[in-house]
Design a protein around this ligand. Structure first.
Ligand SMILES: [Zn+2]
Length: 109
């Protein structure tokens, strides 16, 4: 059992705590070029937990549980690592749907 959210505050490679994106965002905020509450698009992966083979029978825009991982880059050694991992939900998109004349697989595989 994993207790989300997970936070990692130092580089797993060298132990350094500063990261490129967080530092640059802070510099822009300190310079007044970004609002203190600006929403920054950070590197992120969103992995929906659902059965890909049943995608054609799942309603578009239905919600699936998802693991959302945010990454930053160590400013000392360049290692990209997860800084935050949360469990959430994502909306299933039409993109990547198989052709509609595909046979729909039965429930349960
Ligand atoms: Zn590092």
């Amino acid at each position: 059992m994993i207790n989300y959210p997970l936070h990692f505050d130092s580089c797993p490679n060298c132990g350094h705590k500063d990261t490129i994106i967080a530092e640059e965002v802070q510099l822009e905020k300190d310079a007044g070029r970004l609002s203190k509450r600006a929403n920054i698009p950070i590197m992120q992966t969103r992995t929906a937990i659902f059965d890909q083979s049943r995608r054609s029978i799942l309603a578009i825009r239905s919600l699936a549980p998802a693991i959302i991982v945010s990454y930053d880059v160590c400013s000392k050694c360049g290692t990209i690592y997860a800084i935050e991992i949360v469990k959430g939900q994502v909306e299933l998109q039409a993109r990547g749907l198989p052709p509609t004349n595909n046979k729909i697989p039965p429930f349960g595989g």
